[in-house]
Design a protein around this ligand. Sequence first.
Ligand SMILES: Nc1ncnc2c1ncn2[C@@H]1O[C@H](COP(=O)(O)OP(=O)(O)OP(=O)(O)O)[C@@H](O)[C@H]1O
Ligand SMILES: [Mg+2]
Length: 297
Amino acid sequence: MSGNLILSDLTTLAMPETFLRVQPPADALSVEQISFSYPNGHRVFSAFSLSAAPGEFVAILGPSGCGKSTLLNLLSGFVQPQAGQIRLNQATVSPERSELGYVFQAPQLFPWLTALENVRFGLRMAADLSESQQRERALQYLRLVGLEQAAQRLPHQLSGGMQQRVSLARTLALEPEVLLMDEPFAALDAISRNHMNEETLRIWAELGQTVLFITHDIDEAVFLADRVIVLNIAPGGIHSELKIQLPRPRSNLKTRRLPAFLDYRNELMERISQVMALSEARVSPSLSRVLETESIL
Ligand SMILES: Nc1ncnc2c1ncn2[C@@H]1O[C@H](COP(=O)(O)OP(=O)(O)OP(=O)(O)O)[C@@H](O)[C@H]1O
Ligand SMILES: [Mg+2]
C-alpha cells in the first residue's frame, strides 16, 4: 500500500481539532488598540491598531509629527503604551527581544571601527558565537549588501549610501524576524536612494523578514511595499491603507514606469493632501469652514 494519507485515515488519528482546521498564519506584528501620550500630555495615539503578516513589507507614510518615530519606539518596547498591547510573534514586546532589528535614518557607525568590526559589534553583544564565527557572519552580511571589498575601510572612507549599507548589514547580521526601518534612506541623494530601494527588495526577497518601513516619500513607499498605511496627524490614527499589487521582482527601470505605479503614486498623493488639509483645518478654523462647505470634512 502506498504511503499516501487518505481522509479516512485522518479520522482515525486522535488529532486535536485545531490541527485539522486551516489556520491563517498569525501576524508577525500586531498593535492592538494602543493609546499613548508623552509625559507632557501630548497625545500621539488613541485606540490605534495595525498588523503585519509574516514576510509582509508594510510602508508607513505620514506627514511630519504624525507619530511615526513614536510608533517605532513603542514597537521596540523601550516605551510603553498607556493602554492596549503590542505583540511580536504573539508575545508582548520588550527591548530584550532579538527578533526585532532597527535601521535608522543616520547610519550611527563607530568612526574608529572598520566596516567589518561595526557589523561584528552587535554580534559581540547579542549572539553566542566564537570570534571567528562572528567575523564569518559579519562578512556574510557585508557580502549580502555588496560591501565585502570595503570590509577593512573606516566609515569616513565610505560614501553615505555605503555607510547606510553597513548599518543595514549590522542589523541583518543579528537575523531579526521583523525589521523596523525609520526613513533609512532619507539622507541619500535620489540616485543612491533608488539604488538602496532596489537593494532592500533584493535582500528582503532573500531573507524574507517582515518589514515596517517608515517614509515621507510616496514613490519609495509604492516601489517597496505590499501595503501602504497612511497616517493622519496625531492623534488621528490611520487615514487609510492601500494594497500595492505591482509585480515582483521590482526594478527601478521597469517598475517605476508602469502605469499602475503612477496610479498608486497619484492615489497616495491625493490621500496625503487630504491628510494635510485636515491637519491645516485643525489649526485654522477658517480653512475648516471652507473644507466643510466643500464636503471634505
Ligand atoms: N518626548 C516628547 N515629548 C512630547 N512630545 C513629543 C516628544 N517626542 C515627540 N513628541 C511629539 O509627538 C508627535 C509625534 O512625534 P514623532 O517624532 O513620533 O513624529 P514623526 O511622525 O516621526 O515626525 P517626523 O516625520 O518629523 O520624524 C509630534 O507632535 C512631536 O512633537
Ligand atoms: Mg520621525
